[in-house]
Design a protein around this ligand. Structure first.
Ligand code: SF4
Ligand code: SF4
Length: 90
């Protein structure tokens, strides 16, 4: 599933840098999530990182992008191919 940000967002900026897929961006009024990039953090973390940090809990599942885990893995792999991972830090 992709997640979405509701109009309760207070533009606190904390979620955007936490997204491993760079799916979160500033929209016209509030932050938004690109459903084509959001894997619900599958492939990176056990829990959606944006949900973990959002102080007002305004990031529910996007009702139009309910996806099975395997679909999220496929999306993750597609994103990885488009964006090679950074070299490991030492
Ligand atoms: S759930 Fe993960 S991938 Fe999706 S927007 Fe939040 S931080 Fe990014
Ligand atoms: S963490 Fe929540 S309130 Fe803050 S910018 Fe992201 S969605 Fe908006």
């Amino acid at each position: 599933m992709a997640l979405t940000i509701t109009d309760e967002c207070i533009n606190c900026d904390v979620c955007e840098p936490e997204c491993p897929n760079e799916a979160i961006y500033m929209g016209t009024a509030i932050y938004e999530i690109d459903p084509n990039k959001c894997t619900e953090c599958v492939g990176h973390f056990d829990e959606p990182q944006c949900v973990q940090v959002c102080p007002v809990s305004c990031i529910p599942i996007h009702p139009e992008f309910v996806e099975a885990k395997e679909t999220l893995w496929e999306k993750y792999r597609r994103l990885q191919q488009a964006q090679p991972p950074s070299p490991p830090s030492v």
